[in-house]
Ligand binder design. Structure first.
Ligand SMILES: Nc1ncnc2c1ncn2[C@@H]1O[C@H](COP(=O)(O)OP(=O)(O)OP(=O)(O)O)[C@@H](O)[C@H]1O
Length: 277
């Protein structure tokens, strides 16, 4: 059994929680135009967990990430990092978006060193740790290049190095590989597995890809159609398998079918709701 259903609200896991999302809901706008994006949602992550969130388009995945990043305030409920309520953005949370959002006028090295420099880390130290991180994502030879001189995949790797530079408590990734071709995506997924194992980071990762979720995650949440709730949650064991070809095993395909069935039902419900709106 490579995936097993769990209660993502936490139960006993809450005692060791890194991140707790507690009765979180979010409504955009007011009156008849109001959009209920997230229904009350409960998620608990322990230190070192890698959570992938999948769900139909528009179910509130990015909204959830934005609340945890501190970019959006919840309408009700709260998100806690190490027991402290999240009320705004903070360097202890590293965010990577779909597209790199790098500073094109800075070199790759300067981009990665930027966060620590803004936090007062001396230039030499910031540059030294930036070099180490660029080595971690396999880009040490590109330190003096500018972002526009790199491929999309390389830019995403710089984005990941930049997010890691602040030594974040948690990494928040919003479909970071969505804009990449399949081959680059698979290579980067393998790299991410390695980085996660070496750094022991806690990760919240939004994706549309069930394969990506099964390959990377220790935990998977399937969200319902909007308003987003936890439709089902699983503990997944595929990411512990060092063989990248784990994705070609019958157990992997069976798990994929199980999640796909849930997701298809919710996507159909989302389409139905949209057609009635
Ligand atoms: N700032 C906003 N103002 C109004 N409505 C918003 C705002 N942000 C998001 N929404 C709405 O909230 C719902 C959830 O959006 P969100 O982007 O979180 O979904 P998602 O699951 O990330 O979607 P996708 O998979 O398509 O990226 C959508 O109906 C969206 O239109």
């Amino acid at each position: 059994m490579q995936i097993e259903a769990i209660d993502m609200a936490g139960g006993a896991r809450r005692d060791h929680a890194k991140l707790v999302v507690e009765g979180l809901s979010k409504t955009f706008g007011t009156g008849p135009e109001a959009v209920l994006a997230l229904a009350p949602l409960d998620i608990t992550l322990e230190r070192g967990d890698f959570l992938c969130v999948v769900g139909p388009s528009g179910c509130g995945k990015t909204t959830l990430l934005n609340v945890v990043a501190g970019f959006e305030r919840p309408t009700s409920g709260r998100a806690l990092l190490d027991g402290r309520p999240i009320t705004g953005p903070g360097a202890e949370r590293g965010v990577v978006f779909q597209q790199g959002a790098l500073f094109n006028w800075m070199t790759v090295l300067e981009n990665v060193a930027f966060g620590p420099r803004s936090c007062g880390v001396p230039a030499a130290k910031a540059r030294e740790s930036a070099r180490r991180l660029l080595a971690l994502v396999g880009l040490e030879a590109f330190a003096s290049k500018y972002p526009y001189q790199l491929s999309g995949g390389m830019q995403q790797r710089v984005g990941i190095a930049r997010a890691l530079a602040n030594e974040p408590e948690i990494l928040l990734m919003d479909e970071p590989f969505a804009a990449l071709d399949q081959q680059t995506r698979e290579l980067l997924q393998e790299e991410i597995r390695g980085i996660w194992r070496r750094t022991g980071s806690t990760v919240l990762w939004i994706t549309h890809s069930i394969e990506e979720a099964l390959f990377l995650a220790t935990h998977i949440v399937v969200m319902s159609a909007r308003p987003g709730r936890v439709k089902a949650a699983f503990r997944s064991h595929f990411s512990a398998d060092p063989d990248p070809l784990v994705a070609a095993t019958p157990a992997f395909s069976a798990a994929k079918r199980q999640i796909l069935a849930l997701l298809r039902a919710e996507s159909q419900r989302a389409q139905h709701l949209e057609s009635q709106a």
